[in-house]
Write a protein that binds this ligand. Structure first.
Ligand code: MF3
Ligand code: CO
Length: 241
């Protein structure tokens, strides 16, 4: 799983270096898929429940699952969430980042920073014996404390020999008790944080999730193993590639 995730982090680092005004999200999809296949892995999202591309590329008010298109061209001031999964030797890796294009307005820059920090706060709670809700609470209290809102319709997940495994990893605290973490679990922790209201909608393409108020949204994700000595971030870039 570490090797699968290192291919994912390699893809994300390469994509980040290619982000500039004038680039289409379909070009990014091609770059991602080529790098993945060159490293002997399969793009995990392609064909997953009929998803038509390798990369999820979600611009501005798009929260997650933006479908790459030659018509979607990056402009100065945009933000783009890049979410990629890889399958290597039977195991999955999954991670996401959100990056700005050129000059991003200060409130939106803060949204990116707060979403990234909320992910790190969630990861700090990854410990044998802690509950999933400890991760959820850390993310929610930090993001809401900064005045942003947490998307509820989509959640993080266990990951391993399948892309999505139990347990669900919500970014907000639910009423019912959540499972305790055990050694060897791997969790894809993925806060989706909105600048405006939490409510989201799915567009007519049946994939693209957008904020109902069309204000920007950010998404960061790591695949994290639960070990006896705390969190091990499998998708942390170690520049092995
Ligand atoms: N990182 C997302 C997830 O874990 C990506 C899934 S997109 C899909 O759910 F296209 F594969 F559905
Ligand atoms: Co995921």
């Amino acid at each position: 799983m570490h090797r699968a995730n290192q291919i994912v982090s390699g893809v994300l680092a390469l994509l980040e270096s290619e982000i500039r005004e004038g680039v289409s999200t379909l070009e990014l999809d091609k770059i991602a898929e080529t790098f993945c296949r060159d490293h002997h892995a399969l793009p995990a999202f392609k064909g997953y429940k009929g998803y038509p591309a390798s990369l999820c590329a979600s611009v501005n008010e798009e929260v997650v699952h933006g479908i790459p298109s030659h018509k979607k061209i990056l402009r100065n001031g945009d933000i783009i969430s890049l979410d990629f999964g890889a399958l290597l030797d039977g195991f999955y890796g999954d991670a996401a980042i959100t990056v700005g294009v050129g000059d991003v307005d200060p409130k939106t820059s803060l949204l990116l920073q707060v979403t990234h920090t909320s992910l790190l706060k969630g990861i700090e709670q990854v410990m044998v014996g802690n509950r999933i809700s400890d991760i959820s609470r850390a993310i929610q209290s930090y993001a809401e404390g900064k005045g942003f809102s947490v998307v509820r319709q989509f959640v993080g997940h266990g990951i391993g020999a399948r892309l999505h495994e139990p347990p669900e990893v919500p970014n907000y605290v639910q009423r019912q008790a959540s499972p305790r973490m055990i050694e060897g679990m791997v969790l894809a922790i993925e806060p989706m944080i909105n600048l405006g209201a939490a409510k989201v909608k799915i567009l007519h393409d049946q994939w693209t999730v957008v904020t109902a108020d069309r204000k920007p949204s950010a998404h960061f994700e790591h695949s994290v193993a639960v070990t006896c000595s705390g969190p091990l971030i499998l998708s942390e870039r170690a520049s092995l590639l």
